[in-house]
Design a protein around this ligand. Structure first.
Ligand SMILES: Cc1cc2nc3c(=O)[nH]c(=O)nc-3n(C[C@H](O)[C@H](O)[C@H](O)COP(=O)(O)OP(=O)(O)OC[C@H]3O[C@@H](n4cnc5c(N)ncnc54)[C@H](O)[C@@H]3O)c2cc1C
Ligand code: SF4
Ligand code: SF4
Length: 393
């Protein structure tokens, strides 16, 4: 299925002034007694009509699987937001092989068939490929690890301008580094988790942020970390259909991460903060780093209200302090975690370094043993119900 971008006029906002119909060079706009409408077959997307429109009603571009006809549009009282077109849904496209391989490796613990959380919104995926990427412009690039920190992690904001790029919290994008490898072949895609909620880094802006760690000798990470404001980047995706945020204010979400594994959890937390700050469901974050300076988003994280998120930090290399890892923090919070694990509304997400998976798993087993729960039975049950997700790289 290839989604199409359809130009539509918002009948609620339009004042029927006829300016756009006069401006359109290809006669794509017409009207009846009710609505001004755009013919999908004629419209070239040139945007000549956009700036003369006095209301902004003309500037709507929806992704659809089947374009709405002129007659459909004449019948509208409002734009059919949230619907993808009048036709029957076609089977979803398969992700390109190289992306499937990367995602399969990243989710190898839970396996490829793990379903998304039942309440998660339906994602768009594979809208843009390496061969047909979308161009984004760098709106900002900021180092977010402290001065003396060894790891160089950047917060990079990409602006998609008028190109539609719908995504959900937990999805990734593919960056295509320019140039060729030692054998003269175009570089493979590198995947980066989206660190913003679905409405964008700033609400209503068509942009998103990434959290990228510079890897010595790495092609993709050095390319992204060195991007300058205004640079153009080829982007594929969005990718991922399972590691998605539950869209239910009653969902308890236990988030466990190290380093850049925090990216999707920043998106989850910001989604809750903006849309359901008083939600009854709990957010618990377990975040491991060597030192506070190495922990991305340390400052902003410390400012979040305790009523929104319960933050547990584990530092493994702070002078004169015992080494702590995420599994130690999990054990420290055993009572609270056991209460959450007993609830069918609890979800676990693990993201970041592969090394922390086993430690977290053992900690959950110990916590369950202490509190009369059976982790060996609970873990596969949570997985089957789309409540246990691992994405490590
Ligand atoms: C689902 C998913 C989500 C991800 N999300 C994120 C994210 O949010 N943030 C993030 O930072 N990463 C993320 N990653 C990892 C990311 O995709 C890349 O793997 C990472 O940035 C390293 O890519 P690279 O191109 O810089 O390294 P590569 O060029 O692929 O190199 C890989 C390794 O080989 C070594 N190497 C390569 N060339 C040389 C050389 N000439 N000399 C010495 N050593 C060399 C590098 O040291 C490196 O360790 C994610 C991965 C997956 C699968
Ligand atoms: S975008 Fe261009 S072709 Fe489409 S309706 Fe507007 S002026 Fe006409
Ligand atoms: S220019 Fe704008 S307000 Fe006027 S008819 Fe066209 S869409 Fe409606």
């Amino acid at each position: 299925m290839e989604l199409k971008r359809q130009h539509l006029i918002d009948p609620v906002v339009c004042i029927r002034c006829n300016t756009c119909e006069e401006a359109c060079p290809v006669d794509a706009i017409t009207h009846d007694g009710t609505n001004y409408v755009v013919s999908f077959d004629k419209c070239t997307g040139c945007r000549t009509c956009v700036s003369p429109c006095p209301t902004g009603a003309i500037d709507n571009w929806l992704l659809v699987d089947q374009p709405w006809s002129i007659d459909d549009q004449f019948g509208w009282d409002e734009l059919p937001l949230g619907q993808t077109g009048p036709g029957p849904a076609e089977p979803a496209p398969l992700p390109p092989g190289e992306v499937s391989d990367l995602l399969a490796a990243a989710t190898s613990t839970t396996g490829p068939s793990v379903p998304p959380p039942a309440s998660a919104s339906k994602p768009y995926f594979n809208l843009y490929s390496r061969d047909k990427p979308v161009t984004a412009r760098v709106a900002g690039n900021m180092r977010i690890t402290g001065e003396g920190a060894e790891s160089d992690i950047h917060h990079v904001v990409l602006d998609f301008s008028h190109n539609a790029f719908p995504f959900l919290e937990g999805q990734s994008i593919g960056i295509v580094p320019p140039g060729v490898d030692a054998k003269g072949r175009a570089h493979n895609i590198r995947l980066y988790s989206i660190a913003s909620p679905r409405e964008g880094e700033r609400s209503g802006c068509n942009n998103l942020a990434l959290t990228v760690k510079r890897v010595a000798g790495g092609v993709g990470s050095n390319y992204v970390c060195d991007l300058k404001k205004g640079d153009e980047v080829s982007v594929a995706g969005p990718f991922g259909q399972a590691f998605l945020m539950p869209d239910d204010p009653h969902a308890n979400i236990i988030m466990i991460c190290t380093g850049t594994g925090s990216a999707p959890f920043r998106a989850f937390t910001e989604r809750r903060r903006r849309n359901a700050a008083d939600a009854p469901g709990k957010l618990m974050l377990f975040f491991g780093a060597r030192t506070p300076e190495e922990l991305p988003y340390f400052g902003p994280l410390m400012k979040l209200p305790k009523s929104l998120i319960d933050v547990n930090l584990a530092f493994s290399r702070v002078a004169d302090q015992p080494k702590q890892y995420v599994q130690d923090k999990l054990r420290e919070r055993a009572d609270d975690l056991a209460a959450l694990l007993a609830s069918p509304q609890t979800h676990i997400f693990i993201c970041g370094l592969k090394g922390m998976e086993q430690g977290s798993d053992e900690a959950f087993a110990d916590i369950c043993r202490l509190h009369g729960l059976d982790w060996a039975g609970l873990r596969p049950k949570m997985r089957e119900e789309g409540r246990y997700h691992v994405e490590t790289y």
